[in-house]
Design a protein around this ligand. Structure first.
Ligand code: AGP
Length: 603
């Protein structure tokens, strides 16, 4: 997902822009650029590769500018080259873009036929040329932005600066964009993520789709104005104080953000339980009390989809309400059977995943209510849902989702218990406190997991297996390992091994088997099958189980006692650590794995 930062104010825009882009690096990108308004000229500096390359270029020139925009690009249209990097500019404007212009091809053909020239292969430049064309006709910036934006289709966010003023213009459609200001320092900011504005902008504005925002600074004040496409003033935006503090953006004593975020889980579990059971979140959950529905349609991607598979079990086992769980990119195109008395539940950490957003839109078109389990307040998913169940995970910087998964599942469990009207049962709070304590204990001593990682990290492939409520955890454990260690890993239902995957087993393959107390005897046979084929067996199972421990090459003992509902979260934390330590031994970029973005805002 691309990162956007814009600044105008009395300071040097370079510093705020580069700091903001640095904070957005975790989202994944392949080139970076900045455009600065210097002495009524627009100067563009851009480089493919890491932000460091752009910083070197800037340090050579040491530019000073009160107004500028910056961008980290995750290529969608056009190869990874300096020409295709953003910003795209000409003698009048410079533009940065996040998203996809779906009718760019046709528009570019028309513009070329009219004699306009292009420097890049990108769709984004089509917006710049359209804007310039309309401005030359009208000499009115707002009108030109409105017309250019109305001409393009697809989900996009644009930030524009012009040679003629120090204003920042921006507009979006189903893509993240926020505006910030600091009235004390008379500065204005724009970004694709509020996280880039932490510590800079006390006020954050969340404009809705198709609202043109104009930020400007005079000697006396900073102003942020909003307009509809017909240029009438707009009130379609939300104002929020920027509560996040700087410490969410530092690793503290941890080597990686991912490790920090794994360690945060125990306390975040306590906070979320208190929020939803005892504090202001309770009234939100109480709206579900005794809720009747013909069924749930859960849709999500990646880790969030795995969380949905665990939540499905709660809705079906605790509430006896049918729950389907679809991968969002499949659901949106399968013409799903949806009935008015059902509910759509969309799970997303970022709230900006394009496929998940498309499913939400589909459900709303079909007239079924949209609920969300989401982390980012003010995100597109959040703003378009009928009910939001925030997971309050704080900013999750590691691309590999850890604390978000834990809190998504916990939120789903609390929703289920609210439907059952058992939020005040003492056993509920007890189990959650036990979960938090067990995870804290696990975090305090990962020596055994580190040792096992040392013994298996060079193996050729990994098959994670689990039964029942642990099957989703096998999938999630495999995804974590794939994502950050770049090794082949698959998750399977334990009973599926003999239906094919067992052909893979030999001395180069590791089977990581999750053995819950519930189906112990069944799983023993699986272990014997793998051992008989010289496979390496790592078992995550109940402590004090000598029979299984003897069968395993490596055993991670966990205390499942008192966790009848939440043990999948607990087991998953052990697998998070295993993936982390294997990745460390492989020397990969754990927080920013190759080819990945933190939020996939394109199809
Ligand atoms: C998980 O570790 C991945 N980063 C990825 O699968 C992620 O869960 C998926 O892209 C969904 O993102 P979302 O939760 O922001 O919608």
């Amino acid at each position: 997902m691309c990162g956007i930062v814009g600044y105008t104010g009395p300071g040097n825009s370079v510093h705020s822009i580069i700091e903001g882009l640095s904070r957005l690096e975790y989202r994944g990108y392949d080139s970076a650029g900045i455009c600065l308004k210097i002495d009524n000229e627009l100067q563009i500096l851009k480089k493919e590769g890491k932000l460091e390359n752009l910083k070197k270029l800037i340090n050579e020139q040491k530019p000073f500018s009160h107004t500028g925009i910056g961008h980290t690009r995750w290529a969608t249209h056009g190869a990874v080259t300096t020409d295709n990097a953003h910003p795209h500019g000409n003698e009048l404007f410079a533009v940065v873009h996040n998203g996809i212009i779906e009718n760019a091809g046709a528009l570019k053909k028309e513009l070329l036929a009219e004699g306009f020239l292009f420097k890049s292969q990108t769709d984004s430049e089509v917006f710049l040329v359209l804007l310039t064309k309309f401005f030359k006709q009208s000499n009115n910036v707002l009108q030109s932005i409105s017309k250019a934006f109305s001409t393009i289709t697809g989900n996009s966010a644009f930030v524009i600066i012009e040679k003629a003023s120090d204003k920042l213009y921006c507009i979006k459609r189903s893509a993240p964009l926020v505006v910030g200001d600091n009235k004390e320092t008379r500065e204005a900011f724009v970004s694709s993520d509020p996280f880039a504005l932490i510590g800079f902008a006390p006020c954050i504005y969340f404009p809705q789709d198709s609202v043109i925002c104009v930020s400007s600074v005079s000697d006396a004040e900073v102003s942020v104005n909003f307009y509809e496409l017909d240029l009438k003033p707009s009130t379609r935006y939300k104002l929020q104080s920027n509560a996040m503090t700087m410490d969410t953006t530092t690793k503290g004593s941890y080597e990686h953000f991912m490790l920090k975020e794994i360690h945060e889980q125990a306390s975040l579990i306590d906070h979320l339980a208190a929020y939803y059971i005892k504090n202001e979140g309770r009234k939100i959950l109480d709206e579900l009390k005794n809720l009747k529905t013909a069924g749930w349609h859960l849709t999500a991607c990646g880790t969030a989809w795995h969380a949905g598979l665990v939540i499905k079990n709660y809705f079906e086992q605790i509430n006896r309400q049918p729950a389907s769980v679809d991968i969002a990119s499949e659901f949106r195109y399968k013409n799903p059977i949806l009935n008015k008395d059902e509910i759509g539940l969309f799970i997303s950490q970022s709230g900006e995943t394009a496929d998940t957003l498309a499913c939400q839109e589909l459900c709303k078109e079909r007239g079924i209510p949209a609920f969300s389990i989401v982390n980012v307040e003010g995100s597109t998913l959040f703003r378009n849902s009928d009910k939001n169940f925030l997971i309050h995970a704080g900013v999750e910087i590691g691309v590999a989702s850890t604390k978000a998964f834990t809190l998504q599942v916990l939120t789903g469990f609390l929703m289920s218990r609210s439907i059952q009207a058992t939020l005040d049962d003492s056993n509920l709070f007890t189990e959650i406190q036990l979960l938090s304590a067990r995870i804290a204990e696990l975090c305090s001593d990962t020596k055994l997991i580190k040792e096992i990682a040392q013994k298996i990290y060079n193996k050729k492939g990994f098959i994670f297996t689990g039964r029942g409520k642990y099957f989703p955890i096998a999938l999630e454990g495999a995804l974590k390992l794939k994502e950050i260690a770049y090794v082949h890993a698959e998750g399977y239902a334990a009973g599926e091994l003999k239906h094919g995957p067992i052909a893979l087993i030999d001395e180069h393959i590791v089977n990581i088997a999750i053995v819950g107390p519930e189906l112990l005897e069944k799983t023993v046979s699986n272990i014997e099958e793998v051992k008989a084929r010289r496979g390496r067996m790592v078992v995550v199972g109940p402590q004090n189980s000598p029979e299984i421990e003897q069968l395993s090459d490596h055993y991670i003992p966990l205390n499942f006692e008192g966790l009848p509902n939440l043990s999948p979260i607990y087991v998953n934390v052990a697998l998070q650590f295993l993936a982390y330590h294997i990745a460390k031994l492989k020397g990969t970029d754990i927080d920013k794995p190759r080819n990945l973005a933190k939020s996939v805002t394109v199809e």
